[in-house]
Design a protein around this ligand. Structure first.
Ligand code: HEM
Length: 442
């Protein structure tokens, strides 16, 4: 008897969008050093979708259309997985940034409760306190950059959310983390040398800070476990220490260290940069500013929320989200992308699509009044199963910081030219740090 074997349908033939011309090394360098500039130039030359080729990532299809972004974000993570390399190079293999498939799903379930919208009320008081403390010494009547203050507030806020209480150990982390994040962001975009690097090389310095960080975290873990109220604590560290996976296993000490570092680093620079841009934008839009002050005095928040959405659209601090193709060929719209290639969603470009956001360069919070933005056109937090864990936290934090500042200060509006973009490696900030002039409200 002959056996009938039904052959699996052959995967579609590879079909990639236009390949960017020029040496691989140059494309990689430009991506590492001037990503925003490169992407804008390439969109002008090749259209919204094209293929780049870079030393660290290999071949990458860049997509700048809402429909394709939607498909990327709604595809199963079994088909579109984690980009390689990713930020776990900086945070360690136990970071959620490095996990894929079932490991990623399990970790996300564990991280969800403390960062879920419902938990946000608990953090509001912390953020308000931190904002009042930081702004107490703001100078009156002369320009200063808001970004350093925003970095302090967001670092303190995430430290307190993660560790529950304040204390001497947190001072140690306040000392170690800012230079670590600044250097780490720069190094994230370039290959790590394979040879042994010296103690004073940039990689050596990161390793030394990591050693110091681990010592502090060990102490914090011991103190937390020794707390008689440990079982009732709701901070992120307590949740991690108490959590068990479905098979009864617990998070290892190393994974806890990697993940806490991830939250502290990913959670503070991005939010601070967006707030810096918020001051830059608002101080250049006197009508919006006046309406915001009126609203804060009457206890409302609709316009403030819309302004936050609009700042994130028009001054997108993280300009791309990336995935990697797992099946032999992945069909994306009209393109067929082979296994091992990567896909980058060009968030910044999608945010400037005039069909979705008319007159896209204009700062106009009114576009978000009375309606939520489309989930695949407004994507500062990425999308799908890897969408930013801290999105609700960041939104609440930006709202409370702006509310508190507007209640305390009058911010002068200005006709000065817009601040330029400054790439810090991962996030983009206003080049002069979101400079404003304030007067205390009496
Ligand atoms: C305005 C502030 C923020 C922006 C613009 C931002 C943006 C992003 C983006 C674009 C991604 C990648 C999403 C994707 O690949 O689809 C991401 C991932 C992530 N963010 Fe944020 N983020 C912000 C604040 C935060 C905060 C406050 C935290 C922590 C509390 C945080 C923690 C993370 C983590 C852990 C991931 C990795 C998620 C995963 O791979 O599953 N972020 N964020």
């Amino acid at each position: 008897m002959s056996e009938v074997i039904s052959a699996a349908p052959a995967p579609p033939a590879v079909r990639l969008p236009a390949a960017v011309r020029g040496p691989k090394l140059f494309q990689g360098l430009a991506f590492a050093m001037a990503r925003r500039w490169l992407m804008r130039r390439l969109v002008r030359k090749y259209g919204t979708t094209f293929t780049v080729n870079m030393p660290m990532y290999g071949r990458v299809v860049v997509v700048g259309e809402q429909q394709l972004a939607k498909q990327v974000f709604t595809t199963s993570p079994d088909e579109l997985g984690n980009i390689q390399p990713n930020l776990s190079r900086m945070f360690g293999s136990g970071s959620v940034f490095g996990l894929d498939g079932e490991d990623h799903r399990r970790r996300r379930r564990l991280l969800a409760p403390p960062f879920h919208g419902k938990s946000m009320k608990n953090y509001e008081t912390i953020i308000e306190e931190e904002t009042l403390r930081e702004t107490a010494n703001w100078p009156e009547g002369r320009p200063f950059a808001t970004l350093p203050s925003m970095m302090h507030i967001t670092l303190n806020a995430i430290l307190r959310a993660v560790f529950g209480a304040d204390g001497a150990e947190l001072d140690e982390l306040r000392r170690i983390l800012p230079p670590w994040v600044t250097l780490g962001s720069r190094l994230a975009a370039i290959p790590k040398p394979k040879w042994n690097y010296g103690r004073y090389s940039p990689w050596g310095r990161l390793a030394e800070w990591r050693r110091q960080y681990d010592l502090v975290v060990d102490k914090l873990i011991d103190a937390e476990r020794a707390d008689p109220d440990f079982a009732d604590r709701t901070d992120v560290l307590a949740l991690m220490l108490r959590s068990t996976y479905d098979d009864g296993s617990v998070m290892s000490r190393k994974d806890i260290g990697d993940e806490l570092l991830t939250l502290l680093a990913a959670g503070h620079e991005t939010t601070a940069s967006t707030l810096g841009w918020a001051f830059e934008r608002l101080s250049r839009h006197s009508e919006v500013m006046a309406d915001l002050v009126e609203e804060v005095d009457s206890g409302g928040d609709e316009l403030r929320q819309a302004a936050i959405l609009e700042v994130q659209r028009v001054r997108t601090v993280i300009d791309f989200a990336a995935r990697r193709v797992y099946p032999p060929v992945y069909q994306l719209g009209e393109w067929a992308i082979p296994q091992g290639d990567s896909i980058i969603v060009n968030i910044a470009h999608i945010h400037s699509d005039p069909d979705v956001f008319p007159d896209p360069d204009r700062f106009d919070p009114q576009r978000f009044i009375g309606g939520k933005p489309s989930a695949f056109a407004w994507i500062p937090f990425g999308g799908g199963t890897r969408r930013c864990v801290g999105a609700a936290f960041a939104n609440m934090e930006m709202d409370v910081v702006l509310r508190t500042v507007l209640r305390q200060f009058t911010i002068e509006t200005t006709t000065a030219p817009d601040e330029a973009w400054h790439g810090r490696g991962v996030a983009y900030t206003p080049k002069d740090g979101g400079r404003i002039v304030v007067h205390r409200r009496r």
